[in-house]
Design a binder for this molecule. Structure first.
Ligand SMILES: NC(=O)c1ccc[n+]([C@@H]2O[C@H](COP(=O)([O-])OP(=O)(O)OC[C@H]3O[C@@H](n4cnc5c(N)ncnc54)[C@H](OP(=O)(O)O)[C@@H]3O)[C@@H](O)[C@H]2O)c1
Length: 237
């Protein structure tokens, strides 16, 4: 009978255990804060699947340690491909506290494993996509660029608007509208001087960021936008 052992007690381990509970899948936990080291093998012996929901640096050593137990080993690192462990990555951002219950059944996974889903993640009905292992680094780079990149930009925006004395609600409204437009129609979501080809405004924007580390970021975004537009035009002829 399927039983998962979730290793770790961090963000992903916490959300994963909630998913398993809501999916009514039997599971145990082992984490080094609450359990003795030797308890790991004892708990693992009672399980079919060992999900290494631990920091990336700990995945290879734990794989080595658990490899001989003849269990299905899973990990969720977006960056690592390790022989002997199947990569099952959620393209998602996990905060420390849990999300609403209805979030968990919709959580999608991306794997590079060739195991059929009933052997890879038995008991879980979550959407599962398979990508070739050689595309994984690129796939994860896209998650980091879009997910982390946008959070850094919005954090900067909120800080600067606060320093300018704008009410928090004003900054929030802008963020909400941009996000909603992006989700409603990604193709028309971009507005402003970039799409208008307004070089004078862009130059003013860049100059206003003198001595700000985000000047280089804006410059790089403008260049990337132009290069990508050229590439798409070439591709469409
Ligand atoms: N957070 C996300 O949004 C997210 C999204 C997708 C994938 N992931 C992946 O999920 C995995 C876990 O990330 P996380 O965000 O949950 O990290 P986290 O919140 O920092 O938690 C890391 C966990 O790993 C444990 N750990 C670290 N080294 C260990 C070792 N040598 N032996 C045993 N346990 C060890 C930590 O234990 P201590 O507390 O004792 O240090 C902690 O429980 C990573 O592979 C990450 O790439 C995370």
């Amino acid at each position: 009978m399927t039983r998962y052992l979730v290793l770790g007690s961090g963000r992903w381990a916490t959300h994963l255990q909630r998913l398993l509970t809501l999916s009514r899948v039997d599971h145990l936990n082992w984490n080094r804060q609450q359990h003795a080291d030797a308890e790991l093998e004892v708990r693992a012996a009672d399980c079919t699947h060992l999900w290494l929901a631990v920091s990336d640096q700990a995945i290879a050593p734990l794989t080595e340690r658990l490899r001989s137990l003849d269990k299905t080993l899973l990990h969720s690192s977006g960056a690592l491909e390790i022989e002997g462990t199947h990569s099952v990555h959620p393209p998602m951002s996990f905060r420390p506290s849990l999300y609403d219950d209805d979030f968990y059944s919709r959580l999608a996974f991306v794997t590079t494993s060739t195991l059929p889903r009933e052997r890879l993640i038995p008991g879980l009905a979550n959407p599962l996509s398979v990508i070739p292992p050689e595309k994984k680094a690129f796939y994860h780079a896209m998650c980091v660029l879009a997910g982390n990149g946008s959070v850094l930009l919005w954090q900067k925006f909120f800080r600067e608007m606060q320093d300018l004395g704008l009410p928090p609600e004003t900054a929030r409204q802008y963020c909400e509208r941009v996000s909603e437009n992006l989700l409603t129609d990604p193709a028309t979501a971009l507005t402003g001087p970039l799409v208008r080809g307004d070089r004078m405004t862009l130059l003013k924007n860049l100059n206003s960021l003198d001595n700000d580390p985000y000047q280089d970021v804006l410059q790089a975004l403008i260049q990337a936008y132009h290069q990508e537009s050229q590439r798409q035009k070439r591709g469409s002829v």
